[in-house]
Write a protein that binds this ligand. Structure first.
Ligand code: GTP
Ligand code: GTP
Length: 435
């Protein structure tokens, strides 16, 4: 089950600071698609082995027509809808404010666990000031300093206790789980219908703590997989910018739950920042990925159109370019069958295992010819390589001075692996270890 933690609170209490502490910078994604409106941050992190996504719901538009109150209300509603645990943050330096009380009032409606976090308790002598926050009606609260990190460990210990890790009976155990994601209007529903047709039968309703994702079995022409449909996340009556964000949240959740992430792009719009965010998220989550350029029927074609389009996309998704890109029309069903075949291929690639003997036979001569560059006069000797017994392809190269192997060489090794074995659509990890 995906676990999502939202941070809410009035402006300036330190939400972004906590967010940045929890989510390493490179893992954070700034949802600045709406640009003129507000920034929301979401990113992946883990505590004691529990993975979760953190959303910083904050960020306000200067000069917005919305009053703070409407803004806060939206933010809180979003948190209640989309997260599994809510962190309600207040500011110990400023003390209790009316706006904090209003937020508390809104949060009272939530069925979800809400943890009160008193921030900016930078030293123990500030603890005396925190008592007034008992007025918010919570039985307890957590004092932290987002700036120094103190208290965040205790907070996270509590957060992870609220995750729903119940193993549900999975009737599709062992089948690949596929999510179709993309911006609003990219054609996700059209493709889903093209795949499942009239027989679309909803087999299970897996009730998560937050909402139901519907899983449907695709079983035709000898291919079998489970389609994850998180369409329920889309609420009626949301204004456009929220709609955009809901679609992001839907994608984030779908990415968490899938094995293969099918990113759908509208050919008439091209690949956009938000598409790339989702793609990178999938990559970091070690999911299989493929790109569908949909509505290809609308594009005026010349001899090199596909080639050029593909090159354009590859430039944007670099360095992970070993990704299938198909040009389809969900509407006319052009290459829909090819889509299914590619899904199966990516699934197979993701669980590909290469024998150690085969790996060494192939890779050691390559390394012999192109060894890692010597550093400070020290020669790096790679002795052998093995694939780790993980769910997705990960390789360990054993060397005398593994710490000296740099990123470009890692990339070289990755490219060689990709050249020799089919890992298309699959992120691979390469580690250098001491031997
Ligand atoms: N002393 C102290 N200052 C903090 C701490 N956490 C955040 N701050 C400061 O508080 C200010 C606001 O922090 P942000 O993280 O931007 O607050 P926010 O809640 O995300 O604000 P919005 O984006 O406006 O919603 C910044 O100047 C931070 O440096 C803390 O633990 N101690
Ligand atoms: N010409 C053409 N139109 C398409 C194609 N696929 C989808 N459309 C149209 O694009 C519009 C949006 O398609 P949907 O399938 O609803 O898109 P979606 O991604 O599910 O949209 P959201 O539910 O908003 O996220 C509809 O009017 C479709 O008929 C295609 O391959 N070619």
């Amino acid at each position: 089950m995906a676990n999502i933690v939202a941070i809410v609170g009035r402006p300036n209490v330190g939400k972004s600071t906590l967010f940045n502490r929890l989510v390493q910078k490179r893992q954070a994604i700034v949802d600045d698609v709406s640009g003129v409106t507000r920034d929301r941050h979401y990113g992946k992190t883990d505590w004691n082995g529990s993975d979760f996504t953190v959303i910083d719901t904050g960020g306000y538009i200067v000069g917005s027509e919305d009053t703070f109150e409407t803004e806060i209300r939206k933010q809180v509603e979003l948190a209640i809808d989309e997260s599994n645990v809510i962190l309600f943050m207040v500011d110990n330096q400023v003390g209790l404010t009316d706006m904090d009380k209003e937020v508390a009032q809104l949060l009272r409606k939530s069925q979800k666990p809400v943890l009160l976090v008193v921030n900016k308790v930078d030293s123990n002598k500030n603890l005396d000031d925190t008592y007034e926050f008992y007025n918010l009606g919570f039985e307890e609260f957590y004092t932290v300093s987002s700036m120094t990190g103190s208290g965040t460990g205790e907070l996270l210990d509590e957060v992870v206790k609220h995750f729903d890790d119940t193993e549900f009976e999975d009737p599709f155990e062992g089948l690949p789980r596929v999510a179709i994601v993309g911006r609003p209007n990219a054609g996700k529903s059209t493709l889903t219908n093209a795949l499942l047709g009239e027989e679309r039968n909803i087999v299970t309703d897996i009730a998560g703590t937050t909402r139901d994702s519907i899983e449907t079995l695709y079983n035709k022409f000898g291919h079998e997989f489970v389609l994850i449909d998180t369409a329920g996340m889309r609420k009626k009556g949301k204004v456009s910018e929220d709609l955009e964000f809901y679609s992001v949240m839907r994608a984030v959740r779908a990415v968490e739950e899938c094995d293969v992430c099918v990113l759908m792009v509208d050919a008439t719009r091209g690949i956009e920042a938000q598409d790339l965010n989702i793609l990178f998220l999938a990559e970091r989550n070690r999911k299989g990925v493929m790109i569908l350029v949909n509505k290809w029927d609308l594009v005026e074609k010349e001899t090199n159109t596909i080639k050029e389009y593909e090159a354009e996309i590859k430039k944007k998704i670099a360095p992970f370019t070993d990704v299938p890109i198909l040009f389809i029309s969900a509407l006319t069903k052009q290459r829909v069958h090819k889509t299914v075949e590619t899904i199966m291929q990516v699934t197979e690639n993701r669980s590909r295992r290469i024998k150690t003997s085969k790996l060494n036979e192939l890779m050691l001569p390559i390394i012999e010819i192109t060894p890692p560059p010597a550093i400070k006069g020290k020669y790096i000797k790679i002795k052998y390589v093995t694939q780790l017994p993980t769910k997705t392809p990960q390789f360990a190269f054993f060397a005398n001075l593994p710490q000296y192997v740099k990123e470009p060489y890692k990339r070289f090794i990755e490219n060689q692996l990709r050249k020799n074995f089919d890992f298309t659509g699959v992120p691979i990890d390469i580690y250098f270890r001491q031997k």
